[in-house]
Design a protein around this ligand. Structure first.
Ligand code: ASP
Length: 320
């Protein structure tokens, strides 16, 4: 594959927008192993780090990382304790991709604490990529997962409060705790990714967002890098955000340029929703461990474990 300079010399610059060729920003980061995840979830990175320090596989690290959030009752956007749909059902969406391009996903899964592990099992043990609803639940139970009541007293209380007005209006940067998307590069240089969520709070029953959709909420191509998304999934699904990010990096963009261009697609879109009322945040990582982040609104942040340090970084954003 051409590196960036070879790509530009070969005439690839013509494919890039003028602003991209004028000033090429230096890519942030670099170094393996590394883990990055949406929002300030240092504990998820710690769990990934524990796997990576033992020279573990990126796939095991992403699964271990996002499971921390799935089990946390105080995280109201993921797994146990996630806010329900408008009818009081906690319905979970998750997907996972490994370094070989294998993928697994579950959508509209109820009563299971760790949808990411079910998604992994779909990937590894079935001929399919995605299982949904009752079928996904049956598959999980048949494979030893236990039925759990995911609606905590706290989430139930918030839902009952919401029922008083019952107005669906996504809140920008909910407690800075939306979907967790995580990308990991292990010491061997292999990448995997995971994405898991309880979806938009008080969504219509049956609604599935971007998070379990391969190419929307998550995409990994071990030759190029990976990407993941958080925020209002409808915008991400319409533009196939994560796939777009990886393809932009394949064409030579830095992860940061790719994130800015993918948010630009949303902003310049002409859909029925006004992007100014919504949040979307993207993370992208290339094979060197260089990363990028960008969002529509102020307030998106992410946790980065790299070169032995685990820290929270604020993302740049469009609406200034
Ligand atoms: N992306 C998720 C969804 O649309 C929600 C979120 O990140 O808050 O379901």
């Amino acid at each position: 594959m051409l590196n960036r300079r070879e790509f530009l010399q070969a005439g690839g610059a013509a494919l890039l927008s003028p602003t991209l060729t004028e000033a090429l920003p230096i890519a942030e980061g670099g170094g393996l192993p590394m883990a990055i995840c949406t929002w300030d979830r240092l504990k998820a990175n710690e769990a990934a780090k524990a796997v990576l320090e033992k020279k573990g596989r990126a796939l095991d690290a992403v699964e271990a990382g996002v499971k921390v959030q799935e089990a946390d009752p105080n995280d109201t956007s993921v797994g146990y304790g996630g806010l329900p749909d408008r009818d009081g059902h906690v319905t979970l969406d998750a997907c996972i991709m490994d370094e070989k391009g294998n993928a697994g996903a579950v959508t509209y899964l109820e009563h299971i604490m760790h949808p990411i592990s079910v998604a992994r099992l779909v990937m590894e043990k079935t001929p399919h990529v995605m299982l949904s609803g009752a079928g996904a639940l049956r598959f999980a139970l048949a494979n030893g997962f236990k039925k759990t009541n995911l609606l905590t007293p706290q989430s139930e209380k918030i839902w009952k409060e919401w029922l008083k007005t019952a107005k669906y209006k996504p809140i920008v940067n909910v407690e800075r705790h939306d979907t967790i998307g995580m990308l990991v590069l292990d010491a061997q240089g292999d990448m995997s990714g995971a994405c898991t969520t309880s979806g938009m709070a008080f969504k219509l029953n049956g609604r599935v967002g971007d998070s379990p959709i391969i190419g929307a909420g998550l995409y990994v191509d071990n030759e190029v890098g990976g990407a993941c998304a958080t925020g209002v999934g409808e915008f991400v699904m319409r533009t196939l955000g994560s796939f777009l990010l990886v393809e932009l990096m394949r064409q030579g963009r830095t992860p940061q340029q790719a994130c800015e261009e993918a948010i630009g697609r949303i902003v310049k879109g002409k859909t029925k929703d006004d992007f100014r009322d919504f949040q979307v945040g993207y993370l992208a990582v290339n094979k060197k461990g260089e990363y990028g982040a960008y969002s529509i609104q102020q307030g998106f942040n992410f946790a980065l474990y790299q070169n032995g340090q685990n820290r929270v970084i604020e993302s740049d954003y469009w609406l200034k």
